[in-house]
Design a protein around this ligand. Structure first.
Ligand code: XLS
Ligand code: MG
Length: 343
């Protein structure tokens, strides 16, 4: 039995289209997905604003809330919670060159409108968390934007969200690049600095995605630990990534099992989840996956996480301390390898 609660987003079961080719699987209706998520063992669903209200740009504020209430009904029907809502600004033609730090004042206003509506939707779904994946917040052409101005605009935008709702929490999901060339807030260190600069730092934290840390050349477990040290790890997006290349969202642990083990261990050592946090899995199926296997990567990721949890429970801290005292890191490393290999 895992001591954690797990969450997932509807985008984690997708039809397989990528930048170079069309879909390879059928789209699955939303209700069917969440029913299956529950059966597989998930406790909560993560949402983009337009996962909840697809045509939200054409609706009034009140109509958006009414649509969100219908989705809350579906969650209740399957005994699921909502974990967060994230404004999907990167897909919208209004924010083609970024939202909060776009050069266009009109686009910045639109980004705030979507952020306020995301807060409204979160409230209707019964959650208090808004995630900001800052996909297009940065530059494609380095000279096009001042990084000082852009950083200040991000802080201003978050302050407006904190003022709009006095108890909502804002959670930045950092990523160093892609789709943007150079991002403004690329690592957990950046997130903590932005948080500290806002009007209510307690309500601004981070969402560490393993693959994004790898893309920044950093260790995901240490990034998790950095946010935990400040009490600001509001959620995680566990997955895996084969080196510094396009974002892969591989199943958790399939590329680097030791790194995955250390992510589970740092979460366990610090009682992650005791304030209601979920272990989110932001994983995608490989493009060639057949329709019948649309959920296999999620089942695999859960199995791997739970197996590593069992390994972490067995971790011999007394032996670790002895090795550290004797400066015998070769033995400690071999101990970890044996533990993972089951020898
Ligand atoms: C993409 C992001 C996205 C966010 C949610 O790389 O991981 O899925 O997690 O907006
Ligand atoms: Mg993510």
């Amino acid at each position: 039995m895992s001591k954690f609660k797990f969450s997932v987003g509807p985008w984690n079961v997708h039809a397989g289209a990528d930048s170079y080719g069309p879909a390879t699987r059928q789209e699955i209706p939303f209700e069917e997905k969440i029913k299956r998520f529950k059966e597989i063992g998930f406790d909560a669903i993560q949402f983009h604003d337009d996962d909840v209200v697809p045509n939200m740009n054409e609706l009034t504020d009140e109509e958006i809330k009414a649509e969100a209430r219908k989705v809350k009904g579906l969650l209740d029907k399957y005994g699921l919670k909502a974990e967060f809502v994230a404004p999907r600004l990167w897909m919208d033609s209004h924010t083609v060159d970024g939202g909060y730090m776009s050069a266009s004042e009109e686009d910045r206003k639109f980004a705030m409108w979507r952020s306020y509506r995301s807060i409204d939707i979160a409230r209707e779904l019964g959650c208090d968390l808004v995630v900001l994946w800052l996909a297009r917040e940065g530059t494609l052409c380095a000279e096009s934007k001042s990084p000082v101005w852009a950083t200040q605009k991000l802080v201003e935008a978050i302050n407006l969200m904190l003022e709009y709702d006095k108890t909502i929490r804002i959670c930045i999901e950092p990523k160093p690049n892609e789709p943007i060339d150079r991002s403004i807030c690329g690592t957990m260190g950046h997130v903590m600095a932005v948080s500290a600069a806002t009007i209510d730092p307690k309500r601004v934290g981070g969402n560490l995605e393993s693959a994004h840390a790898v893309l920044a050349g950093l260790d995901p477990a240490n990034e998790i630990g950095f946010a935990l040290a400040f009490g600001k790890l509001f959620t995680v997006h566990l997955n895996d990534q084969n080196g510094i290349r396009y974002d892969q969202d591989k199943s958790f642990g399939v590329e680097n099992l030791r790194q995955a083990f250390n992510q589970v261990r740092v979460l366990m050592e610090n009682d992650y989840g005791s304030n209601g946090e979920y272990v989110g899995l932001d994983v995608k199926a490989m493009r060639t996956t057949k329709d019948a296997d649309s959920y296999k990567h999620l089942e695999n990721s859960l199995k791997i996480f739970k197996a590593l949890e069992a390994k972490a429970e067995k971790f011999d801290y007394a032996f670790r301390d002895k090795c550290v005292k004797e400066r015998d890191f070769e033995s400690l490393e071999m101990y970890v390898m044996n533990l993972l290999m089951g020898i």
